[in-house]
Each structure stands twice: as C-alpha cells, then as structure tokens.
Ligand binder design. Structure first.
Ligand code: NDP
Length: 243
C-alpha cells in the first residue's frame, strides 16, 4: 500500500520528531491523525497542509481513554488503522541519588505506559485486520546505559523489550513492530531536564553533534514504506560524530 493510502496515527506529534514525521507524511499525502496535549501546536501543523487529510486530537498518552479516543477517531473516519507511531516521551534525567521520585513516576507513565496504552488500543483492531504496523521511538539509551540517565534508559530498555515481545506475539497476525533508536536530536526534549548540571551537559552535547528531527522522520518513513513481507524491527540512527 502506498503511503498516501495509509491511515497513520502519531502520538506525540506536536513538536520535535513527531512534528517532523507528521509534516513529512502529510507531504506524501498520508491520512493522518495526530495527537498530543498541546492543541495549538497541532493546529499549526494542520494549517500548514490545508489540502491534506489531517485530523487533530488532544490526548495525554498516560490516559487510556484519551488514547482510545484517538484510535476511535481513526476508525470512525477511515475504518482501519495501518500505522500507530508511539512517539511521545520525556527525559527528565538526573543522578539517582537525587531521588526525584515524581519525575521517575511521570517518565515511567509517559515513556512506558504511554506506549502500552497505544498498543492496547490498536492491537485488537490490527489483529482483526490481519495487518498493521506499530512503531515506537526508542533511543540509543535503550541499548546503552549512560550515567545520570538510569531511569530514562530503563524506560527505553523497557520499550525495546515490549516491542520485541509484541513482534513475537503478533507476527502471525501480520503486525509489524519497529523501534527507531535515535542518538541526540535537537528538540524540546532537553527542556524536560530539571537537573541544572545534567541539563547543561546534555544541551552542550546536543548542540555539538545533534541531528535534526527531520533526520529521524526520514527513518520513520523508510520503516513505514517497506513491503508487507519485510519489517525493520530496530533502527539505530546516530549523529555521525556522537561518541
Ligand atoms: P519533544 O519534546 O520535541 O517531543 C515530545 C513529544 O511528546 C511532544 O509532541 C509532546 O507533546 C509529547 N508528549 C510528552 N508527554 C506527553 C503526554 N503525556 N501525552 C501526550 N504526548 C506527550 O522531543 P523529541 O521529539 O525529541 O521526543 C520524541 C521522542 O524521541 C521521545 O520518546 C524521546 O524519548 C525520543 N528520543 C529523543 C531523542 C533526542 O535527542 N531528542 C533521542 C532519542 C529518543 P505535548 O507536550 O504537546 O503533549
């Protein structure tokens, strides 16, 4: 199926990688349902593509009802879902000794439960369709543990495990499972870091060798645009000069 015929949901589409992916897919004529908490940012994306099929939905990925509402919107308008891109995430990294339990809880809720909520809402539909593709933005931090980033890395290791489990369980229903694992990308994600020292260090690193969101968007589109027989299950996309 050509990208222009695909019904694609993007969770976390209001900025950064999700926004860049929405715009790249809109330019290719995909039928998009884009979701996040900031409606003003989603409206701006829709306004940029007045000719394209873009539906916007306010959703907090930690709330299953919100996620299910987005899925229902896709089904009511198009009667099927070809791709769910679970991209929402935050990265309030800090040394473990600081014991930022509220931040840990929020990160686990958004980065892990957000992905699981999306999976729970679409897998029964895709299983019935006998086709579908679920993509998650993982991270190099889902493959390697960095100092001061233990909990963020833990969330991304978890997503990698969940997505591989999904692949194993749902391959017979023809459901593809893909994780895209970026290195540093210049986005608003770095604003979610509240520890001053970690924030400065990571901001500097990201400025020195970070990718732009469009780089990851092109990887996502590459993964979407594969033949039915083929799935890219894990794609690591690093800045060339990142250590
Ligand atoms: P941004 O901060 O620009 O984008 C994050 C997106 O997630 C926004 O659209 C935001 O929308 C959404 N989001 C956050 N919390 C929620 C929530 N509770 N409910 C719904 N949406 C939510 O950062 P990036 O583009 O960098 O981040 C996208 C993904 O990429 C994340 O999963 C991140 O972990 C991953 N990643 C990023 C890297 C980087 O260096 N930038 C490297 C590796 C992975 P809103 O606030 O409007 O709800």
């Amino acid at each position: 199926m050509a990208i222009k015929d695909k019904v694609i949901i993007i969770m976390g589409a209001s900025s950064g990688i999700g926004e860049a992916t929405a715009k790249l897919l809109a330019g290719k004529g995909a039928k998009l349902i884009i979701a996040a908490r900031r409606m003003d940012r989603l409206e701006r994306i829709k306004e940029e593509f007045p000719e394209e099929d873009i539906l916007i939905q306010q959703a907090d990925v930690t709330n299953y009802e919100d996620v299910n509402k987005v899925v229902k919107c896709a089904m009511e308008n198009y009667g099927r879902i070809d791709v769910l891109y679970n991209n929402a995430g935050i990265m309030p990294t800090a040394p473990i000794v600081e014991g930022r339990r509220d931040e840990w809880k929020n990160m686990l809720d958004i980065n892990i439960m957000g992905v699981l909520n999306g999976i729970a809402a679409v897998v029964p539909i895709m299983a019935e369709q006998k086709s579908g593709h679920i993509i998650a933005t993982d991270s190099v931090a889902g493959h390697v543990v960095y100092p001061d980033s233990a909990v963020y890395c833990g969330t991304k290791f978890a997503v990698r495990a969940i997505m591989e489990g999904l692949r194993q369980e749902q391959r017979e229903n023809n459901i593809k499972s893909t994780i895209i694992s970026p290195g540093a990308v210049a986005t608003e994600l770095y604003k979610t870091i509240n520890d001053k020292k970690v924030s400065e260090t990571l901001h500097e690193a990201q400025k020195e060798w970070g990718l732009v969101p469009e780089d990851i968007a092109s990887a996502v589109v590459f993964a979407i645009d594969t033949p039915d027989r083929m799935v890219i299950s894990d794609m690591i996309v690093r800045p060339t000069t990142q250590p």
